[in-house]
Design a protein around this ligand. Structure first.
Ligand code: FHN
Length: 415
């Protein structure tokens, strides 16, 4: 097992067996949304650029609760349009969306009865973001999951992480889990229709009984709802790689890589380090070829706008997937692994050879596949068969001299 991914027995035993994960195994590509009060400072506090990821600004700048929570009075994202967000995910080829119901700063994007520190009670906006998103996901046929920070809560006096306002030794963490986390998880799974997954995060000191009771609560309320492995103690329905981590080789687990398009999750006005479209497509295909899912993040602004560089990249990925999705969705890792110039996926009697670096003469040489392939053609040109031969164990396929798709040309190998 690659050391980028930790997984418990339940996950190892569940691989390819638990039918509740069938849709997720086929989906491959999801949209992560980190959105909250941190979008207002957008990485800058009292004139200073605060290093690190945007949603951690309260922690990094040690902003007192009483100061930070004033941001709620400014939260008025009048440009938020659930229909547009869901439509963007669809056009990007993403099959599920996961949004921060509550991140570490404790602010809730839903109307919670156990706190007033939420978008309905504490902001001029006053609309339940999750309700609108859930309704729109239903309308457009998109699965919706919720990120929920179960351990870190820098606003709650008994939550983990805030030692600048609260005395850690006085905290009743167990009470916080029982009387705050669980009621909120119950709300999330009772008021927003079918929830495809709960994305717990940073378990830290959660005990095994605490993690188990959260998994059980989720499954009791919505048996089909998946639980991300970051619930802690090697539990949950699927494993999570580290942030932006891609294992070096295929992993025989149900696993997912959460990843950023630039370097932050929550919006930062001055993070312009956007990954290129070819890089993002390669990451998606690399992950899928190793059996994982790619949960790619957007960080909307305080006005409710997904930054244009993210939109442009997602739409370009969607265009690539529109032409090549057959070689991604519903596939499993292909038989050829470990080559720099290509990746392979497979399904239904086809091996999909994803060529990242097209050879100058168009002559493709694939180790180990000699004698196994009956026909080869480009996924985007089904009518024209490519010439197939063999040299020792290698399959030889003669493609066009110029790369048909400089990002990733998919050659279908019928076996
Ligand atoms: O601390 C969080 C971070 O803010 C972000 O939510 C990522 C997403 O995977 N998870 C945690 C760090 O791993």
């Amino acid at each position: 097992m690659d050391n980028a991914i930790r997984a418990g027995r339940s996950q190892r035993e569940g691989v390819q067996q638990d039918p509740r994960l069938d849709w997720w195994r086929d989906a491959k590509f999801g949209m992560f949304i980190h959105w909250g009060l941190y979008a207002i400072p957008a990485g800058i506090w009292k004139g200073a650029e605060i290093p690190g990821i945007g949603e951690w600004i309260m922690y990094r700048a040690q902003i007192p609760v009483r100061e930070y929570e004033q941001l709620a009075k400014e939260f008025n994202p009048v440009q938020f349009d659930a229909a547009q967000w869901v439509s963007l995910a669809k056009r990007a080829g993403q099959k599920y969306m996961v949004i921060t119901a509550k991140h570490h700063d404790g602010f809730c994007l839903f109307d919670s009865k156990v706190t007033d520190y939420d978008v309905v009670d504490a902001t001029p906006f006053g609309r339940d973001i999750l309700k609108e998103l859930a309704a729109e996901c239903q309308r457009q046929g998109m699965r919706l999951g919720f990120y929920y920070s179960q351990t870190q809560d820098w606003h709650h006096p008994d939550g983990d992480g805030n030692s600048w306002d609260y005395d850690e030794s006085q905290k009743d963490f167990a009470g916080y889990v029982e009387n705050y986390v669980k009621p909120q998880v119950r709300e999330l799974l009772s008021h927003y229709g079918p929830v495809c997954l709960i994305w717990f995060d940073t378990p830290k000191g959660m005990t095994a009984p605490q993690s188990r009771s959260l998994v059980e609560l989720v499954h009791e309320l919505q048996p089909e709802c998946l639980v991300c492995g970051r619930v802690g103690n090697d539990m949950g329905d699927y494993a999570s790689a580290g942030d932006n981590q891609i294992p070096a080789a295929a992993v025989a687990l149900d696993w997912e890589t959460p990843a950023t398009i630039n370097d932050t999750w929550g919006y930062k006005s001055y993070d312009h380090n956007w990954k290129s479209v070819p890089d993002l497509v390669h990451k998606l295909v690399d992950i899928v070829s190793k059996g994982g899912n790619y949960l790619l993040n957007v960080g909307p602004t305080a006005e409710g706008v997904i930054p244009l560089p993210s939109v442009e990249r997602l739409l370009a990925m969607g265009a690539w997937l529109e032409a090549n999705g057959e070689a991604v969705y519903g596939t499993r890792p292909g038989p050829v692994q470990g080559l720099a110039w290509c990746r392979t996926t497979q399904k239904d009697g086809c091996i999909y050879l994803h060529v990242f670096e097209w050879p100058a003469d168009g002559a493709l040489r694939v180790p180990g596949l000699a004698g196994r392939v009956s026909a080869a053609y480009l996924l985007t040109d089904l009518a024209r068969l490519l010439q197939v031969g063999a040299a020792a164990d290698d399959l030889l396929v003669q493609g066009p001299a110029v790369a048909p798709d400089p990002t990733d040309t998919v050659v279908v190998l019928r076996v």
